[in-house]
Design a binder for this molecule. Sequence first.
Ligand code: SAM
Length: 357
Amino acid sequence: MAASGKLSTFRLPPLPTIREIIKLFRLQAVKQLSQNFLLDLRLTDKIVRKAGNLTDAYVYEVGPGPGGITRSILNANVAELLVVEKDTRFIPGLQMLSDAAPGKLRIVHGDVLTFKLEKAFPESLKRHWEDDPPNVHIIGNLPFSVSTPLIVKWLEHVSCRDGPFVYGRTPMTLTFQKEVAERLAATTGSKQRSRLSIMAQYLCHVEHVFTIPGRAFVPKPELQPEFRGRETLLVDVGVVRFTPLIQPRIEQPFKLVEKVVQNAFQFRRKYCYRGLGMLFPEAQRLESTERLLHLADVEPTLRPRQLSIAHFRSLCDIYRRMCDGDPQLFAYDFREELRQSKHKCRHEEDRGESGDL
Ligand code: SAM
């Protein structure tokens, strides 16, 4: 504590602006890597404020690039900031930041999809799962093509309480294409309700905290392929905060929940029994689907987006019971059955044709 009685606060010394850093180190965005930079430090400060109180925190920033969010995190009085960046061109600029914040910034040249956070921070930070979240935070503005698979991977880690969650219920503040952010936070019945809504919300408290207009990025971000063909080409960015729940709202293995949810949303606009039926081999489809829905007490004519997490919980519990009674069932894949029956048809047609000769 300082003599005045006030807590000492760290501030970075005056530095070149992010725009100047980009010029100085020739950091033109690489389109193929979907690099879009945030140059406005008011916006990067806002992202960091939304992550919560970072005083004395250990923060893991994914994809720091030229370092806009990195600066805001360092100014939030953290104990340590660990950044993982794939593109070597950014390392010298980050090194400049590290020199300006001695002992606070650790730079790793690596890939967030494979980096192991579980040993990166002190053991003493670990909290019991039921306690308040640890003073460990994940923050990042990644390319859309990386942030979606990464959140699915991290959700699986939440369910196993491993990876970044060995410290406890580590909160994450991450950016997504706005439409994906809306899906992650979508409530039962809403148009955006999807597979991602269930997978995220059964494990975490999910908040779409604010939206950043696409024009704030240099260059402006582009639509992910699955959204192409829509009228608007403007892509805004949603900032989403995830806090793992003490008690998951579905208590079944991640892969089982993923399978039920994926099948349920197979035919988004049809009644839910259509997609859920694909969990079962064709020969028993009708009977098993009826049994699943009856025992789970789910109305077959609800649309997938009308299914609540409680509905999914009962569907997963009953499906688990059915899998326990039939060890082949979980491995069943309707696409494989379809492929095999197409192959059989073609084979029979060929035989028929050669018989005509
Ligand atoms: N955070 C910076 C900002 O907000 O201005 C940069 C954002 S840019 C959208 C994404 C950054 O993530 C780039 O610096 C890119 O090189 C980096 N990146 C992309 N894929 C990565 C990966 N798999 N592992 C680590 N960094 C990655």
